[in-house]
Write a protein that binds this ligand. Structure first.
Ligand code: KMH
Ligand code: ZN
Length: 428
């Protein structure tokens, strides 16, 4: 349901050109969005429905006669009668105008150019709805409708490593009843996430009463339970919870995990301070190395990326590096496109990078990362909602939505075995 997409691709003709220089008017893109919305509604409700309102429209690049436009609509929220959709139109082929070129010269664009984006809501009155109303995101969404896959040229590095952060340290059952706590619940959730497309499970541990623990025994029990159910890469936290000592935080490393987080600097973490002094980072990095684990370099600020590069230069951590940009923590770097665009320029060519963003930024920021060739982390640790006011029933629906988006832009959520190759875990 949520995440269902439809796509149209067609060529703009001389009839579509309305302004000087064979420029096509923006209303033509909105006509495409109308057709897409109609198809989505027909698939969902068996009725054409009605367009109610656009809440945003952005015209980002000009469209000319001769351009091939690929336009996509995705269902992002669903009420009793309302269906909210996100639209995007991209130019994938364009005529090339220039001295010495034939007027018929044209190129397939290396990267599609986004020309228009919009968000709008349609309604389908109850009395004309012809399909049974399914539960909102029951576990995993169904496979995309046939023929719904957009024809975007797959970007270089189509493989995508999806991480599911299924427990976290700050969440409570009072906030969401879907938080897994016991070994059985955690293992079941890990397996659901694996099924939905996750290759890595980022893991925190709780005592039975929900309080945080970094006890090696507790992590061993969780890891053992997960291992019995799936083959995901398990990435315990060494961040733990705010206020824990470094020795306490390093507890899970006794389990000799394949990966572990390494937090690369101190930040305000909401109203708390998450302390990672330079000596402590080095101490943890050495312990991660001694455990034979790959550090995921958690960077909440630009200086943390620099610190990670210094750690590598000092030989405290091995290469290739794997970065995670954690965005939207209150008191640290905001979850914004220009922040991701800048941070990724700092990463060495042989490194991998991912984005984990908090709350309502999780979906747009992880989707941005996927479009930019990065990897992504979703899950309850960072965000408990599927949409406004709608709790996600565990992390798996968030993984499923991210995986569906990835496939729609030509990225492939990979199996854990392939993720091990991408992250350079095979050699460890
Ligand atoms: N709970 C945060 C203070 C990590 O897992 O390495 C730290 C955290 C990062 O969650
Ligand atoms: Zn964590």
């Amino acid at each position: 349901m949520i995440g269902t997409r439809v796509t149209l691709r067609l060529r703009m003709s001389a009839h579509d050109a309305h302004y000087a220089g064979e420029l096509v008017d923006g209303a033509r893109m909105l006509a495409l969005f109308g057709d897409l919305a109609t198809e989505l509604l027909i698939r969902l409700d068996g009725d054409e429905g009605l367009f109610r309102a656009y809440e945003s429209i952005e015209f980002l690049a000009p469209v000319f006669a001769g351009d091939y436009i690929e336009a996509t609509a995705e269902l992002v929220a669903m009420g009793n009668t309302s269906r909210k959709m996100r639209f995007e139109a991209r130019k994938v082929v364009a005529n090339v105008r220039g001295a010495g070129l034939a007027p018929s010269a044209a190129d397939v664009l290396d990267e599609p150019v986004v020309v228009t984006r919009a968000v709008g809501t349609c309604v389908v009155p109850r009395e004309v709805q012809r399909k049974p109303r399914e539960l909102y995101m029951p576990g995993l969404p169904p496979a995309p409708a046939p023929g719904a896959e957009p024809l975007v040229t797959p970007p270089a590095g189509a493989d995508l490593v999806l991480t599911a952060a299924i427990v976290g340290a700050e969440l409570s059952r009072a906030q969401t009843p879907h938080l897994p706590l016991t070994a059985q619940e955690v293992a079941d959730e890990a397996a659901r996430c694996r099924e939905a497309g996750a290759a890595v499970i980022h893991l925190h541990a709780r005592n039975d009463d929900g309080t945080n623990t970094q006890s090696a025994e507790r992590f061993a029990a969780l890891i053992d339970a997960i291992r019995r159910k799936c083959d995901c890469i398990i990435q315990p936290t060494t961040g733990g919870a705010v206020g824990m000592s470094i020795d306490e935080r390093s507890g899970p490393l006794a389990c000799k995990p394949e990966m572990a987080t390494l937090n690369c600097g101190t930040i305000n973490f909401g109203d708390d301070v998450f302390v990672n002094s330079r000596p402590d980072i080095r101490k943890l990095a050495a312990k991660i190395r001694a455990a034979g684990a790959l550090p995921e370099l958690e960077c909440y600020e630009v200086g943390h990326v620099e610190e990670a590069l210094v750690l590598a230069a000092e030989g405290v951590i091995g290469k290739p590096l794997h970065f995670q940009f954690v965005l939207g923590v209150k008191g640290a770097a905001p979850a914004r496109e220009d922040v991701v665009q800048f941070l990724r320029t700092l990463v060495p060519a042989d490194a991998t990078w991912a984005v984990a963003a908090t709350g309502r930024f999780q979906q747009p920021m992880t989707e941005l990362a996927m479009r930019l060739g990065g990897h992504a982390r979703v899950g309850l640790e960072d965000n408990i909602y599927l949409g406004k006011g709608v709790l996600s029933e565990g992390s798996a629906p968030l993984v499923a939505r991210a995986a569906a988006y990835a496939r729609s832009i030509g990225r492939t959520p990979v199996e854990p075995s392939r993720a091990r190759e991408i992250l350079g875990l095979g050699a460890r």
